[in-house]
Design a protein around this ligand. Structure first.
Ligand code: SF4
Length: 276
């Protein structure tokens, strides 16, 4: 799995500043924890992405939720059996329908029973299962704070930020760039609402992949010497309701979903979107 024969091999690729941004006192201690599998290399924000990939990237010391999907789902389903659904409905911005919890995801209803089985009037995408069950099992509720922060500023966001940028934010920008008007029309069909916030962005829209986990999409059109840009923001309260791995998975799912809808509804039928 890893190219490292000892903690020293890991230490050699760190910047040795002991800055503690990985929440470990020294680079040497961090290297030892990575070697033992207790920390992941990507928790150090100073390692560039090429190096991360060269040295095993996301597989160093951690498997992603996608790689572990069956096991994670089994665990979540067992946690769901202990959840008090009437209390959860109120906490999570959901409703009780019979003995199921009805939760709106991007404007569509999803129904979850007491054993964690999901059904819906529309297709249940694989990417939604883990975040939806995590939300029910661990969401603490509470209102939004309306203070928007970047993924890296979430308490646990730094460790996942390289993957989030590469697999969520950058591909979503390329999808929007392919046909910006169509992209934002589709976002609005899925419940996206405009935010009047005095930002310099040409588009600011909020979508709700889960009722208490909104994503704010800001997009800047290209201008003279500047490329377009797209950034995703999260309410400061987000981690009360969903952990960063599940937020990352939601982001991945949204990318896949909007890409396939864009291709289906392309006005010219000639749309090309490369997100790989
Ligand atoms: S964040 Fe990186 S550079 Fe800073 S102490 Fe941790 S390992 Fe060292």
């Amino acid at each position: 799995m890893s190219n490292f024969k000892s903690p020293l091999d890991i230490y050699k690729i760190l910047n040795k500043s002991n800055c503690r941004q990985c929440r470990v006192a020294t680079c040497m201690a961090f290297a030892a924890l990575v070697f033992k599998g207790e920390k992941t290399l990507d928790s150090c924000p100073h390692i560039d992405r090429d190096l991360l990939e060269q040295f095993g990237g996301e597989t160093v010391g951690r498997s992603t939720p996608e790689q572990n999907e069956e096991e994670v789902l089994r665990q979540l389903k067992s946690e769901i059996t202990a959840v008090d659904f009437p209390a959860a409905a109120e906490r999570l911005g959901a409703r009780l329908v019979g003995d199921k919890l009805a939760i709106k995801c991007l404007g569509k209803n999803f129904f979850v029973d007491g054993e964690g089985n999901i059904d819906s009037e529309c297709h249940v995408n694989a990417w939604l299962k883990i975040p939806l069950l995590s939300y029910i099992a661990s969401g603490k509720g509470g209102g939004l704070r309306n203070n928007w922060i970047k993924f890296a500023q979430l308490e646990e966001g730094m460790a996942w930020n390289p993957f989030f940028l590469k697999r969520c934010e950058e591909p979503l920008k390329r999808i929007a760039d392919a046909d910006e008007r169509l992209f934002f029309d589709i976002i609005q069909v899925f419940g996206g609402t405009k935010l009047n916030e005095g930002s310099s962005a040409d588009w600011s829209l909020i979508i709700y992949p889960l009722p208490r986990v909104p994503f704010l999409i800001r997009y800047w059109n290209p201008e003279e010497d500047f490329e377009s840009d797209l950034k995703l923001f999260f309410d400061e309260s987000t981690e009360f309701n969903l952990n960063v791995e599940a937020i990352y998975l939601l982001g991945r799912g949204i990318v896949e979903m909007f890409k396939s809808i864009m291709l289906r509804h392309s006005r010219t039928g000639q749309l090309k979107i490369n997100i790989d």
